[in-house]
Design a protein around this ligand. Structure first.
Ligand code: FAD
Length: 167
C-alpha cells in the first residue's frame, strides 16, 4: 500500500466528494508521467471520469504511451477555478490531483464503452453518434484507463474562509 503524503495546509483540503465533483465537471487536465531521460512529462489531455477511473483516448504511439508502457504510475491534475484577485494579490482557486496507475484497455467491449463515454462527454445528447464514432475509431486509437489510488481537492484559503462565514 502506497503512502501518499498529506496536505500541509489541511484547512484547504476538500472532501472526497467535492474532489470527485471537480473531476466530473472539468474537461481537461494535465497527465504527468515518467518521461524520457528522467524528465517528468506533463501533457494536457481531455478525459472522462466514471466509476473512480479516468478515461483518455490516445494515438497508439508517442512519448506519453511509451512512458506509460515503461511505468504505469501517473498523476493527473485539473483546475476548476482560477480567479485572479489583483487587489488581494492572490487567486481564488479550486483544483484536484489524482495519483494512480494507467492501463491500456485491451478488450473491445470495455474500449467501446469508454469511447462512448468520451463521445457523450464532448457531445452530450448525441449517444447514437457517439456509438457510431466509437465503432469507427475502435481499431485506430488506444484507450487509457487511469485507476485512481489517491485523490485530493484543494481550494484557496479565501474560499475556505468565505464558506465558513456563509454558514
Ligand atoms: C486541452 C487539450 C486536450 C487534449 N486532449 C487530448 C486527448 O484527449 N487525447 C490525446 O491523445 N491528445 C490530446 N491532446 C493533445 C496532447 O496534449 C498531446 O499533444 C498528444 O496526446 C500527443 O502526445 P504524445 O506524447 O503522443 O506526443 P509526441 O508527439 O510523441 O510528443 C513528443 C514531444 O512533443 C511535445 N508535445 C507533445 N504534445 C504537446 C502539447 N500538447 N503541447 C506542447 N508540446 C507537446 C513534447 O515536447 C513531447 O515530448 C490535448 C491537448 C490539449 C491542449
Amino acid at each position: 500500500m502506497t503512502n501518499f503524503r498529506p496536505m500541509r495546509r489541511i484547512r484547504q483540503l476538500l472532501d472526497n466528494e467535492e474532489a470527485k465533483e471537480i473531476l466530473a465537471s472539468c474537461t481537461h487536465g494535465v497527465l504527468a508521467v515518467s518521461g524520457d531521460n528522467g524528465y517528468p512529462y506533463a501533457v494536457p489531455m481531455s478525459y472522462a471520469f466514471a466509476d473512480g477511473s479516468l478515461y483518455f483516448h490516445s494515438a497508439t504511439e508517442g512519448h506519453k504511451v511509451d512512458a506509460l508502457r515503461s511505468n504505469a504510475k501517473a498523476s493527473f491534475s485539473v483546475v476548476e477555478r482560477d480567479e485572479i484577485r489583483p487587489a488581494e494579490y492572490t487567486t481564488y482557486f479550486r483544483s484536484a490531483i489524482a495519483f494512480g496507475r494507467v492501463s491500456i484497455i485491451e478488450g473491445d467491449d470495455e474500449k467501446m464503452a469508454a469511447l462512448q463515454l468520451l463521445g457523450e462527454r464532448y457531445r452530450p445528447g448525441h449517444s447514437a453518434d457517439a456509438h457510431d464514432e466509437a465503432a469507427k475509431s475502435l481499431n485506430h486509437v488506444l484507450i487509457l484507463r487511469f485507476d485512481i489510488e489517491h485523490l485530493t481537492g484543494k481550494q484557496a484559503i479565501e474560499l475556505v474562509n468565505k464558506t465558513q462565514r456563509d454558514k
